[in-house]
Ligand binder design. Structure first.
Ligand SMILES: Nc1ncnc2c1ncn2[C@@H]1O[C@H](COP(=O)(O)OP(=O)(O)OP(=O)(O)O)[C@@H](O)[C@H]1O
Ligand SMILES: [Mg+2]
Length: 158
């Protein structure tokens, strides 16, 4: 499913729709160029889940935990935002607490997921961000998880 958005507010609105589908332990991979809107989308998820702390695009911080003060029953109580750009492989990703966060029922929102290699399970959600015409326009493609596609992948992501 590809959606075109025309403002930051529309990106947040789409994030709110996605947030409603998220369960503890889900992994959301955000892909796309610098400035495509991955962190902005994560802000929308955080607002919708009611988790605390400002979502930023930190230069030195690789992982930020955002906890919900008062989570809905069954909803994730923590969003963990990871920007793996500066990491070099799976060992690094485990060292920052990947498995511990999943065991705690966090939702992991991952920028530069390719750094995590095989730690990304087939059931992960992938969302691709692209610039399009207009400064504030973006194409946001929500790729079905591999486990939801009964006859193999429709698109050909490498
Ligand atoms: N429709 C839109 N959706 C998201 N961001 C938008 C939109 N229109 C304009 N922007 C702006 O584009 C920038 C997106 O930056 P953001 O940090 O979200 O990108 P990113 O994909 O996380 O980049 P990086 O790879 O550097 O982390 C922000 O300055 C934001 O205000
Ligand atoms: Mg970012």
């Amino acid at each position: 499913m590809t959606r075109e958005v025309h403002s930051v507010e529309e990106t947040w609105a789409l994030a709110r729709e996605i947030a409603q589908m998220l369960k503890p332990g889900d992994i959301v991979c955000l892909e796309g160029d610098l400035g495509a809107g991955k962190t902005t989308f994560t802000q929308g998820l955080a607002k919708a889940l009611g988790v605390g702390g400002r979502v930023t695009s930190p230069t030195f911080c690789i992982v930020q935990e955002h906890r919900a003060a008062d989570p809905e029953p069954g909803a994730p109580s923590m969003l963990v935002h990871m920007d793996l750009y500066r990491l070099h492989g799976e060992d690094d990703v485990i060292a920052i607490g990947w498995e511990d966060y999943l065991a705690q029922g966090a939702v992991l929102v991952v920028e530069w997921p390719e750094r995590a290699g095989s730690l990304i399970p087939p059931g992960a959600m992938h969302i691709e961000f692209r610039h399009t015409e207009g400064d504030e326009s973006r194409l946001i493609n929500i790729v079905p998880s591999e486990t939801e596609v009964p006859h193999g992948r429709i698109d050909s992501r490498s």
